[in-house]
Design a protein around this ligand. Structure first.
Ligand code: AMP
Ligand code: MG
Length: 337
């Protein structure tokens, strides 16, 4: 008999809506320190477990702030702006990000495309002065867009004339990976919430699972479900409620379909990806949101190295089989590996 790979939960109205990942508030333990910072256009909350965490916390905030400065697409002095203006960069962080983006783009049939910056700008997502661009204006941008406009060398990145990159889909995941390495080197454990990106590192000192809430796309105050996670994992959500504008009752969200150069208009509200690498989880969540559920499931069957949760506009919630569910008013999903 054919094994059913995906579970459908017909959810309550309570379970519908946009998604942002927030850590559950845990019972405080004595050897724990918390810091909150604003970086990469979002609030980040860093929690370290263990004694003598001060130096590590300083390093984490320093690393995140340095990345924010280097990868900001709007700051005149960032390494990314320099690349976008001169067409060339030898910045190691930019080389790494472009290399990762090329791999994820190839896996996802081009759904992840870091050359969409001029298109996001035309829709007003970079300045919050939202507008629906003229078709001619988008057509004119088409020749600047495409991963084939990037030439990646061993230690350099070159762009075709007029092409501009944006690492909005990847930067927080990259930051999470750097932070995870620093925490592991110090033999500490951590729960890091970098906007919609959650990174767990190591084990919680009391031996219990990390509990991560996945947001209800319709209600920023509520989680639709919670995830129980053991060990180090990245949990990243992309959704249509995180940044959007409404016009004539149509929602235009910040994730652009590279095929149409328009905000994704499908039936999905959010996609959450759970993976070992923050960068992979971040890139995949954006790409899976573009691809839609059927293509995302096909990618899961082909790869099997991530888990995912799809929340649809009709309130249904779909998960990959690596997540086991404990039903309830707010279901609990446990990541099996
Ligand atoms: P995320 O929140 O990680 O899903 O990333 C969304 C951000 O990535 C947007 O705010 C844009 O800066 C950028 N972006 C939008 N569409 C795409 C896309 N198809 N591929 C790569 N980056 C995108
Ligand atoms: Mg992303």
């Amino acid at each position: 008999m054919k094994k059913r790979l995906f579970f459908l939960l017909l959810s309550l109205a309570l379970l519908l809506s946009g998604c942002r990942l927030l850590p559950e508030v845990n019972v405080a333990t004595p050897a724990q320190s918390d810091t909150a910072i604003w970086a990469m256009d979002t609030r980040m909350e860093l929690r370290l477990y263990g004694d003598s965490t001060g130096a590590v916390m300083t390093d984490l905030t320093g690393q995140i702030n340095a990345l924010d400065q280097a990868l900001s697409v709007t700051s005149a002095s960032s390494a990314l702006t320099s690349l976008n203006e001169t067409g060339r960069s030898e910045d190691v962080r930019i080389v790494s990000l472009v290399s990762a983006a090329q791999k994820i783009s190839a896996l996802t049939d081009g759904a992840l495309d870091i050359t969409l910056y001029p298109v996001s700008r035309a829709w007003g997502f970079t300045t919050q002065t939202y507008q629906i661009p003229e078709t001619e204006a988008l057509d004119a941008l088409r020749e600047l867009v495409g991963m084939d406009k990037i030439t990646l060398g061993e230690e350099s990145v070159c762009l075709a004339e007029g092409t501009k990159l944006d690492f909005g889909a990847l930067a927080k995941g990259y930051a999470a990976d750097l932070c995870r390495r620093r925490v592991e080197d110090a033999e500490l454990s951590a729960l890091l919430s970098l906007g919609g990106n959650i990174q767990t590192v190591g084990s919680k000192p009391d031996g219990s699972a990390w509990v991560i809430g996945v947001q209800d796309p319709d209600d920023m105050e509520h989680f639709a479900l919670t995830l129980n996670i053991t060990g180090s994992k990245a949990v990243v959500t992309s959704g249509d409620y995180q940044r959007y504008f409404m016009e004539d009752d149509v929602r235009y969200c910040h994730i652009i379909d590279p095929k149409t150069l328009a905000p994704v208009r499908g039936t999905l509200r959010s996609v959450t990806v759970i993976a070992d690498s923050g960068l992979t989880a971040d890139g995949l969540s954006t790409a899976l949101f573009v691809m839609g559920r059927a293509a995302g499931e096909a990618l899961w069957r082909q790869r099997g190295d991530f888990e995912a949760i799809w929340m649809e506009a009709d309130g249904s919630v779909w998960v990959t089989p690596g997540l086991t569910v404990t039903p309830g008013e707010r279901p609990v999903y446990t990541v099996a590996r």
